[in-house]
Ligand binder design. Sequence first.
Ligand code: MIC
Ligand code: SF4
Length: 641
Amino acid sequence: MGLNLTQKILKAHLVEGQMIPGEEIGIRIDQTLTQDSTGTIAYLQFQAMGIDKVKTERSVAYIDHNMLQQGFENADDHKYIQTVAHKHGIYFSRPGNGICHQVHLERFGVPGETLLGSDSHTPTGGGIGMIAIGAGGLDVAVAMGGGTYYITMPKVINVKLTGSLKPFVTAKDIILEVLRKLTVKGGVGKVLEYTGDGIKNLTVPERATITNMGAELGATTSIFPSDEVTKAFLKAQKREDVWVELKPDEDAEYDEVIEINLSDIEPLTAAPHSPDNVKDVKELEGIKVDQVAIGSCTNSSYMDLMKVAKILKGKSVHPDVSLVIAPGSKQVLTMLAANGALADLIAAGARILESGCGPCIGMGQAPATNAVSLRTFNRNFKGRCGTVSAGVYLVSPETAAVSAITGKLTDPRSFEGNIDVEMPEEFTIDDNMIIPPAEDPSTVEVIQGPNIKPFPINTELREEVTGKVLIKVEDNITTDHIMPSNAKLLPFRSNIPYLAEYCLTPCNPEFPARAKENNGGFIVGGENYGQGSSREHAALAPLYLGVKAVLVKSFARIHKANLINSGILTLTFKKPEDYDKIQEFDELVIENAIEQVKGDTVIVKNKTQNTEYEMSLEVSERERQMLLLGGKINLIKHQNA
Ligand code: MIC
Ligand code: SF4
């Protein structure tokens, strides 16, 4: 039986386990990436491991999330990350050089290699045939130290693309179509492998848009083959030497096949407040738009922004619309500046932001009260943009640009004119904003400012785990609910005690106080709990507040791993109807916890209601060890002792 591409790359990196879907496997990681908002804690963890130099082939530390520098806090984070990177063999991408995923694709990604990143959109690298996975910072720190990365062997779904896109229909619309079909939890435990004749006409940036938003499906990752298109892209980046051809075997088998005829796809939008709330643009056309934001790791490539420039050339942004554009990288911005497209954007009235995440993570450009914001980004969770009452619609750059002119959500096909953009034969290359590691690390002093506080570490599991239900939340709770990120909080990503004051406050402002009064307790949630970001702060803040267990109908992959890494019990209801019975403030107890955690079923007693629930503990043996010892750091210490 032939192998699909996912299996081939995993097999080449397999260190432990058997490649049977659902079983835990350990893989070797070739490359890592971090960004500033998860990086500081990840490097503190790396330092705590006492390893001098990273053992990966390439590790890169990016600064892209928080660049407002309203106070000293995040400038301190940048300084720390720069010095710690310099000392330990890590490349440092300076603020202004661009969004981690865009720059990594341009300058570092290698087909057939594995990439682990402390950011959920790391699968962008699948656009050039990498197995690129998002994880919590601690997992990335361990990988930098040469440690194995463990995942559940995913099922591989073949997404077969046929036909070709109609004019003004884009890669963004393809992935929105997949989201419409599969929903935000449809990819959990799966890799989406794209094949078929339809991929031939998709450039690397277009493929990367698709793999990037595989994160919104909850997928482990997404991948395209490495073919002539990939070669052309790498050649244009003067990196042809890293290209290899990679494709599934002729007789490859897949766990599932989905066929999509590209010519059937229409311009789409994900309406508030979920990336899978997908509608045809036609259906919603005419909605008045207040803000248009173009950029993010999903849609800020040279090709994307050239199309936007072509649409805006000689036109004016509608008087009621604020149009902001953040180019994905210095490379993109330099090229737009050199060929005059930047002048066209500015002349039309676009507000040009620096190359970084910017409004995507709520760092500035919060829309007005009740505003409608069209964004080319990947997430539209309530409040993520900085304004709780605003409605964010996710769209393609083409739809965004055309709507910025008309002032209302507009089908881009109404634009008259040609917006074809050729893939450049050569990108403008200058890596002067990437600082290589120090030749003599002993001369480098790591500078750690006062905002950088120690991170919490759990204690061994107790015989009896007791506490109240501190909060009960519904389905699809995101990490943006659990540990919100915005311009006010992002500067405190290395200060868990401060952040904890905001933990779960979008669901219930009293949660942190309640947790402290009761010495911690339990969280109860619905399906897909913890979807979205890789931020381990969404586990560290509950840990700091004394949360001992999370009881849900189902978990999102990265958040579950982060909870286990923090030694917090991850329990799922065997009978989903039990979720309905449990109430906030109920007193719960897990008796004989140590014994019970050694098995797959844990009985949680509800003392208030005098009943009990059967919960599954779906973890590997290694994870069980972590839960018994109080997290991954304790496990590492234990193994080294
Ligand atoms: C996001 O898009 O939510 C982020 C900010 O990039 C996060 C990482 C973080 O929370 O720092 C992610 O997607 O992992
Ligand atoms: Fe940055 Fe937004 Fe991409 Fe997250 S999704 S990495 S915040 S651009």
